[in-house]
Design a protein around this ligand. Structure first.
Ligand code: SAM
Length: 213
């Protein structure tokens, strides 16, 4: 019997009760089961750790799965700000983050991310790492807002750049698809970014920000 590659790799790792708690809480609350996959979460922890990031901005918290993975890569005095539209989701994410032992690092800003990003810019916040995983129509705007909030050399990671195949299907021309295509072109071509697209999971984009360009 063969199993899927992702399942094979997941089975190599120890059980993760903190992330299992997130998955269970999302199910219990009837929230959408759209957290990043386990391997994706490990990649986020790894990227934060190897880049030495001390401050992270996440757009799209849901139940806190990716947030916990990001916080795990931070030093003890690191900080994560997570933007979430829905109060009930932010409350669950916060509880899960606290139960996972990273509550002191995390802060949740509830409301439309575009408005929260404007508020963060007014207070002159700066971040070393960004994870974009919210409404797809706004990805190009989020990218610009992240660049404006970035420390030199900051990293941007973004999920769902393939939109389950819609991005590469010419017959799909909806607002999310058009926005993701524009976002992908910016990652590839914006002179302020060193970008790379990975056709893994549902498409993962990474970029290093060079503010001196
Ligand atoms: N990153 C999460 C994880 O892997 O654990 C999953 C995030 S889920 C794919 C997208 C989240 O973005 C949802 O919780 C949704 O409520 C939130 N969201 C959607 N539109 C938003 C907006 N305009 N501003 C802030 N959050 C938004």
């Amino acid at each position: 019997m063969t199993i899927l590659p992702e399942q094979y790799f997941d089975d190599l790792y120890r059980r993760d009760s903190d992330l299992e708690r997130v998955v269970e809480s999302i199910r219990r609350a009837g929230m959408p089961e759209i957290s990043v996959a386990a391997g994706y979460g490990r990649l986020l922890t790894f990227l934060v750790a190897i880049t030495g990031a001390r401050s992270i901005l996440e757009i799209g918290a849901l139940g806190g799965y990716s947030g916990i993975c990001l916080a795990r890569g931070l030093p003890e005095d690191g900080r994560l700000i997570s933007l979430e539209l829905k109060q009930e989701y932010a409350d669950i994410a916060k509880d899960n983050m606290t139960a996972a032992g990273h509550g002191s690092k995390a802060e949740y800003l509830v409301g439309d991310a575009s408005e929260s990003l404007d508020k963060l810019a007014l207070k002159d916040n700066r971040f070393d790492f960004f994870f974009i995983d919210a409404d797809k129509e706004n990805y190009p705007n989020y990218l610009e807002a992240c660049i404006a909030l970035a420390n030199e050399g900051a990293i941007i990671a973004a999920d769902n750049t393939l939109l389950r195949g819609k991005t590469i299907d010419d017959n799909k021309q909806g607002p999310s698809v058009l926005a993701i295509r524009q976002f992908n072109r910016l990652i590839a071509q914006d002179s302020r970014l060193m970008g790379v697209h990975l056709p893994a999971f549902d498409g993962l984009a990474l970029a290093k920000i060079n503010l001196n360009k």
